[in-house]
Design a protein around this ligand. Structure first.
Ligand code: NAP
Length: 319
């Protein structure tokens, strides 16, 4: 492939990882990176990438941003439940600029209209727009990131010994974000992915009870999965100050999502809509998807330290 690849959401965690992998392949000078704040990507400009201003909420900025590219990696925005209009602006700009192929970071289990996960609507509607755009398309349907559970929520779980969720006994095959990104990079840099839907999942369908048992086994710290109903899960997030609806560019206690998203997500797991496991990571990347167990093992010291720090008296507290 000789043409340029434009990446939206390039300054985020997913976008940075994708850029790193593409640069490792020697493609820095073929990358166009979109951000609302080009200064954030000064390091990428220094590496030879073409950093351009673009804002999903200002469609007129996207025409210039995608110009000259052959392919686009459209990384979904963060305004869960209200992203279709943003993604439509990006797809329209890409089609108008004559791009040949668009790949989109979608989500598993979205074909079933009964799936209650709030993210379903954004993703299925975006896929429809992409498929109707006239460009070749590829849907990268990512499962729940193991990183979100083990690395982001993990320290709090370790500190309390309790993992509260409304996912009940539902199963999902959580996936490493790294494997999602490697799959996307394969789609962008190898032929034959036009018109394909990939389910990018981890290797094992597991309940949260099973994952809690693995954390307990690997760290030696007893972790209990406490099953909440949906109202209980909302109450927990409300008490943490997490907004029900998305707020752009905001994190509360390290959590960047809104509770309507997270509670309906747990409900979708509980009701079996996210119980999807495939070998698409291996088919795309040539290596097996990594497991949740491996992420726990690789981060064992961090998780144990989080449990220990909770047992220390707070700084300044009386002994
Ligand atoms: N499957 C899962 O479990 C899971 C978990 C987490 C996330 N995700 C998905 O992955 C996506 C990326 O996650 P991430 O962790 O990389 O997100 P992130 O680190 O929060 O980055 C968000 C990115 O979106 C860009 N962005 C936000 N609003 C924009 C706008 N109006 N116009 C243009 N760009 C905008 C930001 O760019 P600038 O600020 O530079 O403009 C930034 O690069 C999420 O949106 C979500 O759909 C999936």
């Amino acid at each position: 492939m000789n043409g340029k690849i434009v990446i939206s959401g390039a300054s985020g965690q997913y976008g940075r990882m994708a850029t790193d992998m593409l640069i490792e392949k020697g493609l820095a000078d073929r990358l166009i990176l979109i951000t609302r704040t080009p200064a954030k990507l000064a390091d990428r400009a220094a590496q030879g990438c073409d950093v351009r201003y673009g804002d999903y909420d200002k469609p007129e900025t996207l025409a210039e941003a995608v110009k000259g590219a052959e392919k686009m990696l459209l990384i979904s925005g963060t305004r869960v439940g209200a992203r279709v209009v943003q993604h439509k602006a990006a797809i329209d700009a890409a089609a108008a600029a004559g791009l040949k192929h668009i790949a989109y970071t979608s989500f598993i289990g979205i074909d079933d209209p009964k799936n209650p996960a709030e993210v379903r609507h954004d993703h299925i509607e975006t896929e429809h727009l992409m498929r109707a755009s006239g460009m070749a398309w590829t849907a990268l349907r990512d499962a729940h990131y193991a990183d979100a559970m083990i690395l982001m929520a993990g320290p709090q779980v370790m500190a309390t010994g309790k993992w509260f969720s409304n996912s009940g006994d539902g199963r999902e095959a959580m996936v490493w974000r790294d494997d999602c990104v490697a799959s996307a990079v394969a789609v962008l840099t190898t032929p034959g992915h036009e018109g394909k839907i990939y389910n990018i999942t981890g290797p094992d369908l597991q309940t949260f009870d099973e994952v809690a048992a693995i954390i307990t086994e690997v760290t030696g710290v007893p972790i209990e999965h406490v099953k909440l109903d949906d109202d209980g899960q909302y109450a927990m997030f409300d008490a943490m100050g997490i907004p029900r609806r998305p707020v752009d560019d905001q994190s509360v206690n390290g959590i960047p999502w809104n509770s309507d998203d997270m509670v309906t997500f747990g409900q979708a797991i509980r009701e079996g809509y996210l119980a999807v496991a495939s070998d698409d990571v291996e088919r795309l990347t040539g290596r097996k998807a990594r497991s949740v167990r491996k992420m726990i093992e690789d981060n064992r010291h961090m998780l144990i330290a989080a449990a220990r720090s909770a047992q220390q008296p707070a700084m300044g507290a009386n002994p």
